[in-house]
Structures are given as structure tokens and as C-alpha cells.
Write a new protein. Structure first.
Ligand code: GLY
Length: 338
């Protein structure tokens, strides 16, 4: 299982150098191809994406093949090995977007190993953008995706049984300015990890075209039927081939509230660097949430057409993986506001 706690080890194994917060922003202009992705699972995902990019392939293929690695791994938060909802079912959300604003998405999808590939089929083979639940599963089966067993992975079963002992799930209504909304306070484990996140990946290929993907099992032990930001174009992911691409991780409810990834891209359009745009989006969430912001984590990563990259998060603990020809594949610690 590839956990965030391993990211320092990855560096020491020579799989990547480690860069501190101060060097989050990219320096060189017109750097391409390039791929970046959230969390330390991004190192392995970037490797798969890089195979496509270095041979002159499309960013779209790279971002699909990249996150498929994470979907297939035993990961707490992505793919069928992930933690289930509170009723014991793993439900998956994913989306993908290309340089022509084509996009596809699936949500509340069960028993399908690669939701990102189903999202791509929705984009390429249907007149729609989004399919959910049993309809998405039916479409996947019709497209030849095998229906996987519904059994939880050993690790997810153990985590679920532990979670059931207390059923710790804390809907609170304490947000200034949004008193009628419910905030799900995610569980922060003793080792500092959060009980949910996502892999989001954005890339620019040698031709200068951008694409992105985002895939998750959502918040661990969530209410059945809950969707976060990850399958929502504009929230969990946004690509504008004239400007840049952005993706999000963390508490999806609060990313949705500000159309986070779209906001980051629009801020880049106004001239902000990827890092500055991500920071402004994070600050907007903090402003909305007030004191409750300290109980959540949200992170954004972005690239622009010059191949500059950056990321920002609410609080310490978020990192992302960056891969391009000269500097290879390395982790960057996201800067944080609180
Ligand atoms: N960002 C993933 C989720 O909230 O579901």
C-alpha cells in the first residue's frame, strides 16, 4: 500500500529528489512535456504518465494511464482497495478532461476497477458528460469493463471494522456564513494523515496540449450516496488549453463551494502563477469556513502553458509529485496557509 508516509522513503530510494516548500513554484519557462499529481502516490502515477509523454504521446493518454496505476494499487483512498462508505461499499468517482474541453465523468460507481477509463468512454462515446451509480456501472459493463467482486480488501475491511466500533462521523453545523450547510469533519489519524484524499493529475504534452484526470473513493466511511468534488468538472478538475490546468484534493464539499479548479485556472488567466492561483483559491475556502478551516484539508495543484507548476493547501501535510525531463520525478511539499 502506497501511503503518504512513504514519500520521504521514496526520495531516499533514489526514486525522486525532495523539494521543500520554498521551491514549490516552477522556474523555467515553456517546460514541456510535464506532469504533476497529488500526494506521494503521484510518483508511481507520474512514471506511467511519463512513458506516454516522453514518446510524444497525448497528455490525455498520459493522465489516464498515470492514475490507473493508483486505481489498481492497494490505496486507502483511490480504487477498489479503498475504504468503503459507512454501509460497507466502495464507491468511486472520477473525471477526465482534454485540451478541447471534452470531458467525461463517473460517480458513485461500484465494482469497476478503472473509473477514469469509464469516464473517458463517457467523454468519447456518449453525448453526455456524467454518468452515475447503476447507470454508470451498466455503461461500463456494456463497454467491456469486468464487474469485480464486491469484497473489501483486507486492509479496508480491517479499517472499516475499526471505524464501526465508534462510527466516528461528525457532521457539524458551525460554519460562519454557511450556517445551513453541513461540514463533514474528516478524521485525522494519529500519524497526521487524513481519512480521505484523491489522485489528481494534470499534464502538458510535447505538442503543448493540456489534459487532466482525477479519481477517488471519496471520504472514507462517508454517507452512502455522498459525492465529493472529484467527479465534478470545474471543482475537482479543470483544463483550459489557452491557460492551464488544475486539480484538487481534500475535503470535496469545500472545493465544490468555490468551483475550486475552475477558479484556479481563471486566476491563472488573470496572470497569477500556478502557485499564487492555488493559494488564492485556498484562501477563499478559509475565508468562507472561518475557524472551521483548521479542521479540514484542501490542496490544489496547477500547471500553466509555460510549464510552470505550483501547489498550495490549507494546512501542513500536503505534497505532490512533479515529473519533467531535466529534473525527473520528485516530490514537492505544498505550501500552506494556516
Ligand atoms: N476530494 C475527494 C472527495 O472529497 O471526495
Amino acid at each position: 500500500m502506497l501511503h503518504r508516509r512513504r514519500f520521504l522513503q521514496l526520495g531516499s530510494l533514489g526514486l525522486g529528489a525532495f523539494s521543500f516548500a520554498g521551491s514549490t513554484a516552477g522556474k523555467a519557462a515553456a517546460r514541456k512535456p510535464i506532469v504533476i499529481s497529488t500526494w506521494d502516490a503521484g510518483i508511481e502515477a507520474n512514471k506511467a504518465a511519463w512513458k506516454v509523454l516522453r514518446s510524444g504521446g497525448r497528455a490525455l493518454d498520459a493522465v489516464e494511464q498515470g492514475v490507473m496505476i493508483t486505481e489498481a494499487s492497494q490505496n486507502c483512498c483511490v480504487g477498489l482497495g479503498a475504504n468503503p462508505d459507512r454501509d460497507g461499499y466502495v464507491t468511486l468517482d472520477s473525471c477526465i478532461m482534454d485540451e478541447k474541453a471534452n470531458c467525461g465523468s463517473v460517480a458513485f460507481l461500484e465494482r469497476i476497477k478503472h473509473p477514469v477509463s469509464v469516464a473517458r468512454r463517457v467523454m468519447e462515446k456518449t453525448p453526455h458528460v456524467m454518468l452515475v451509480g447503476s447507470g454508470a456501472q451498466q455503461f461500463a459493463i456494456e463497454e467491456g469493463f469486468p464487474l469485480e467482486p464486491s469484497k473489501l480488501s483486507e486492509e479496508a475491511e480491517r479499517d472499516y471494522q475499526n471505524w464501526l466500533k465508534k462510527s466516528e462521523y461528525k457532521p457539524v453545523i458551525n460554519i460562519e456564513n454557511t450556517k445551513k450547510q453541513t461540514a463533514f469533519v474528516p478524521i485525522k489519524y494519529d500519524n497526521g494523515e487524513w481519512n480521505h484524499d484523491t489522485i489528481g493529475m494534470v499534464a502538458m504534452d510535447a505538442a503543448g496540449n493540456l489534459s487532466g484526470s482525477c479519481t477517488t473513493s471519496g471520504m472514507g466511511f462517508k454517507m452512502r450516496g455522498r459525492l465529493g468534488d472529484s467527479p465534478i468538472i470545474g471543482a475537482g478538475l479543470f483544463v483550459d488549453n489557452e491557460v492551464g490546468a488544475a486539480t484538487a484534493t481534500g475535503q470535496g464539499e469545500d472545493v465544490i463551494r468555490i468551483c475550486g479548479s475552475h477558479l484556479v485556472v481563471e486566476l491563472m488567466r488573470q496572470g497569477l502563477s500556478p502557485e499564487a492561483a492555488c493559494k488564492k483559491a485556498v484562501e477563499r475556502i478559509i475565508k468562507i469556513k472561518g475557524d472551521a478551516a483548521k479542521d479540514i484539508q484542501v490542496g490544489f495543484i496547477a500547471i500553466n502553458k509555460q510549464g510552470e507548476y505550483g501547489g498550495y493547501c490549507i494546512q501542513k501535510g500536503f505534497n505532490f509529485a512533479v515529473c519533467y525531463a531535466d529534473d525527473k520525478n520528485f516530490m514537492v511539499e505544498g505550501r500552506f496557509v494556516l
